[in-house]
Design a protein around this ligand. Structure first.
Ligand SMILES: *Cc1c(COP(=O)(O)O)cnc(C)c1O
Length: 470
């Protein structure tokens, strides 16, 4: 229907054809409709999504300043790959890489190779590929076979499982034993050999928010090299920690200050505070990024080096990330993350005081990011899954999930305290948590299958069980 057809384009939107007949769902719609009608329909459908800021499962940005909304709108048409067409967007990306190289103590920030990505997953693929190619080169130079690469890590985010499967690398995940939640330095050496392309350290582990001891692991690999002659590089998965530790605990050594750390990935759209779709991969020196991974592109005009999995990609995220760096500086990031860590500690103290929980991580900045993770230790007539279900009735999303092997019989629950989650919101959540516990004590759920037995949580292609929305 044309805009002026019948002269009634200001007709009530809910009296329009689309609203009276329902949304197109199957075949491609034959007719279109007015923009205002289509907008209202799509807008209304999205009311069924949860409130992102009450999703305490996600690490990702759910609140940004109004200026970021404006910049995102203004850069809707900027394609990150057209570096010749949009040279200033490309320049902002280069500045961000230099700033991150400086923040993470690269030996030569001005000459450090790095790139923006769509997130840590793409950055992890690039870090893994660089390690695989470099290992293959070394093997070829030594006249040795390079057909059985492996990578060693603790319990990792699913992106590393993807990397291993997509790029044909054996994933050697150190199982959790005893009361461990992380890969520890003394775990590493016995899983490494001449075919280990790298060790991936979790700096801000997905399950708990805890930091692995990168320095200790580097020392263990130094000792391994002395014993065996195998020089194994470290890639730090700093998806969430790489934007926290430099500000909150600057003396914690986990980055390029350790010569064995050759590459780092980080999610700009998590603790980097940029909108969704921003990630970073940075290498220690140009030698750590094999040349074969870098493509020279000339068909957009000019000659540009690119190393990424995507071609076209929106530029607004990088532009907003640069805004964040300029807007906040080190001092601003320290304040933002400091406030979140404070709120996390407050939340942990009240959760602990409720009685039946043991805090695994409670926002201690020396141990991890602003997350709180707990286990149920009291004798209660409900599980953490029941508690998660109950909290959902108030709109809170707080995942409960089993630990990775070999502690998969234990269930934990985790809250991410993010930018925009204030002390007041924490108190509202805590009051609801108390009410949920009281309710479940008064109305114990009928004992039934655990999620695991019911197969409703933990099935799927991969072997790693991950918290949802991580
Ligand atoms: C979130 C996360 C990833 C994946 O990052 P995306 O930016 O979502 O692609 C990888 N590793 C860790 C530790 C994470 O927390």
């Amino acid at each position: 229907m044309g805009r002026n057809e019948g002269g009634d384009n200001d007709r009530d939107v809910y009296a329009e054809r689309l609203m009276r007949h329902g949304a197109p769902k199957e075949g491609f719609p034959r007719l279109g409709t007015e923009a205002r009608v289509a907008y209202q329909l799509v807008h209304d459908e999205l009311m069924l999504d949860g409130v992102s800021r009450m999703n305490l499962a996600t690490f990702c940005t759910t609140w940004v300043e109004p200026e970021v909304h404006r910049l995102m709108d203004e850069s809707l048409d900027k394609n990150m790959i057209d570096k010749d067409e949009y040279p200033q967007t490309a320049e902002l990306e280069r500045r961000c890489v230099r700033m991150l190289a400086d923040l993470w103590h690269s030996p030569d920030p001005a000459g450090t190779p790095g790139t923006s990505t769509t997130g840590s997953s793409e950055a992890a693929m690039l870090g893994g590929l660089a390690a695989k190619f470099a290992w293959r080169e070394r093997r070829a130079a030594a006249g040795k076979a390079a057909d059985r690469p492996n990578l060693v890590c603790g319990p990792v985010q699913v992106c590393w499982e993807k990397f291993a499967r997509y790029f044909d690398v054996e994933l050697r995940q150190v199982p959790l034993s005893g009361d461990r939640y992380l890969m520890e330095p003394d775990d590493v050496a016995r899983h490494c050999d001449e075919n280990t392309i790298m060790v991936v350290c979790n700096f801000g582990q997905t399950f708990t928010g805890l930091y692995e001891d990168v320095r200790g692991i580097a020392e263990a690999l130094d000792a391994f090299e002395e014993r065996t002659g195998h020089d194994i590089r470290i890639h730090v998965d700093g998806a969430n920690g790489a934007f926290v530790a430099p500000f909150s605990t600057p003396d914690l050594v986990w980055d390029f200050r350790l010569p064995r750390v050759r590459s780092i990935n980080a999610s700009g759209h998590k603790t980097g505070l940029a909108p969704l779709g921003a990630g970073w991969a940075v290498w220690r020196t140009p030698e750590d990024l094999p040349e074969e991974l870098v493509f020279q592109v000339s068909y957009l005009g000019g000659h540009e080096a690119t190393f990424s999995l995507n071609f076209s990609r929106p530029g607004g995220q990088v532009i907003s990330q640069y805004y964040d760096f300029v807007r906040l500086g080190r001092e601003g990031y320290r304040r933002v993350h400091g406030a979140q860590l404070e709120t996390a500690r407050h939340l942990a103290a009240r959760v602990a005081a409720m009685g039946p929980f043991e805090i695994i991580h409670g926002g201690d900045p020396d141990r991890g990011i602003s997350a709180v993770a707990w286990r149920l230790v009291g004798d209660e007539p409900f599980t953490l899954y029941d508690l998660a279900d109950r909290l959902r009735t108030r709109g809170w999303l707080v995942p409960a999930y089993p630990l990775p092997a070999d502690r998969q019989d234990e269930v934990i629950q985790r809250v991410l305290v993010r930018h925009g989650f204030s002390h007041d919101m924490a108190d509202l959540f805590l009051d609801d948590l108390e009410r949920a516990i009281e309710h479940l004590r008064g109305h114990p759920p009928t004992p039934s299958l655990t999620r695991d037995e019911a197969g409703g949580f933990n099935h799927g292609a991969g072997s790693t069980v991950l918290p949802p929305d991580s």
